[in-house]
Ligand binder design. Sequence first.
Ligand SMILES: Nc1nc2c(ncn2[C@@H]2O[C@H](COP(=O)(O)OP(=O)(O)O)[C@@H](O)[C@H]2O)c(=O)[nH]1
Ligand SMILES: [Mg+2]
Length: 263
Amino acid sequence: MGLTCQSCGKALLNDKFNIKLGNHEAFVIALAGNPNVGKSTVFNALTGLKQHTGNWPGKTVTNARGHYTHKDKEFMLVDLPGTYSLLANSVEEQVARDFICFGKPNATVVVVDATCLERNLNLVLQVMELTDHVVLCVNLMDEARRKGISVDLDTLQKSLGIPVVGTTARSGEGLTNLMDEVHDISLGLKITSPKNINYSKDIEEEIKGLVPKLENIFGNTLNPRWVALRLLEGDQTLLDSIHQFLYTEIYSNKDTEVACFYE
Ligand SMILES: Nc1nc2c(ncn2[C@@H]2O[C@H](COP(=O)(O)OP(=O)(O)O)[C@@H](O)[C@H]2O)c(=O)[nH]1
Ligand SMILES: [Mg+2]
């Protein structure tokens, strides 16, 4: 994401998500994960006292965001509600999906529990379908060690095609590595290649038919393969969000915003 787009994103974040970037150059980082994996502990360890809480616009779900500086760059971390999926089955899932999809964070960190990776990876795969800019934070490494579970982070990284960092957020272990990876992804210094999930032949055929049409409509704004999958599922909530985020007027900075969506 270049500077122009960064400033366009600012208008959208301001008007649709009620998130104000203090510093024009702040990179926006979303923090996603299942409930109880240590997401807030990571958030608190990175942002300390530089936090604000409020609600997501029009929702009763809490919105926490905070700042940190790493390698002279300013990052704004947005703690998304804890969710098991991004399928918008609940208001929390919808908030998380909408922020990753329309808020266009420069990177999304998915925090998972090292002691029950299998259950947690479901959400990781869903985020990887939506965006390339993903970092996996395998937290509770101390608990895993205590239970005699060893996690092969290198193999996980190779299998998923995204950076994987092991952390013990409670003691701060691994958090500098996490900030390094987030920095590199946000600045485009590292390119990820998330593994594609292949569906059955007939679903893939349908996707192939829909993708060019969706590319015509949305350009680079939305990931066409992901939208195609949601359309095949008959996900009405995504259509509502597309209307809300892409086609209703954004009042401030209108010219820049339009330039972003149709670039
Ligand atoms: N042992 C251990 N406990 C942790 C770690 N990270 C978080 N916790 C604990 O796990 C619980 C849930 O953490 P929290 O940050 O609230 O999880 P969230 O629901 O994902 O935001 C809290 O009791 C934390 O102190 C960790 O790396 N190791
Ligand atoms: Mg929390």
